[in-house]
Design a protein around this ligand. Sequence first.
Ligand SMILES: C[S@@+](CC[C@H](N)C(=O)[O-])C[C@H]1O[C@@H](n2cnc3c(N)ncnc32)[C@H](O)[C@@H]1O
Length: 209
Amino acid sequence: MRQHVNPLSKNFKEIESIPSLSEMFGDPKLNLHLDIGCAAGDFLFDLALVNTSWNYLGIEIREKLVKTAKLKMRERDTKNLYFVFGNANNILNDVQSKFFIEHIKSISFNFPDPWFKKRHYKRRVVQPEFINFLSYSLKKGSLIFIKTDVKDLFDYMDCTISNNLNFKKIDKEDFNYSESFNPNKVKTNREKYVIVNQLDIFERIYQKI
Ligand SMILES: C[S@@+](CC[C@H](N)C(=O)[O-])C[C@H]1O[C@@H](n2cnc3c(N)ncnc32)[C@H](O)[C@@H]1O
């Protein structure tokens, strides 16, 4: 399977229509977490099975991975999990997404593609325009979690989010994970790989103020 797709390709301009919250989830009133770049959803399956007081929505740009996740959904009767295929930037920016953005409690960017070459930075999922969009679309108090093993990408994302005055950094030491979307600190697949290979992990939490 291709490891990377160009998110700026015109193939991703058209986006799939997103069902209403009550069509996506058994209980649409639960707290909503959005995982951007969820791959085949293993992390979200692990979370959704245990944390039944949260709804989890995953967006992934590689269609095959979303198909795999949706097949797995059929095998397990999970009512608090949903997957959407496409470029997260385009999906969230679309007017039809307004209804669920307003309900988001937190967003995770776990180990996003680093796009190392400078001329490819514009393919990174965290972009100033996107963060600006989130800064006026998310509710006050909503959280953004970023995590990566690439220091340069961390600095870039941290600078992009910190430059937006509507977000403040939260000290990880003071953060109460037990009330978050991930109370048991479940690891993503990339995170497990990074831990096994003893690589560094750079992470930060931001809150919409
Ligand atoms: C390095 S993988 C990390 C996967 C997973 N989050 C983890 O931690 O194991 C990055 C994922 O983000 C997806 N991705 C990249 N750009 C995206 C975008 N603009 N919208 C949605 N998904 C994207 C990639 O296809 C890939 O599955």
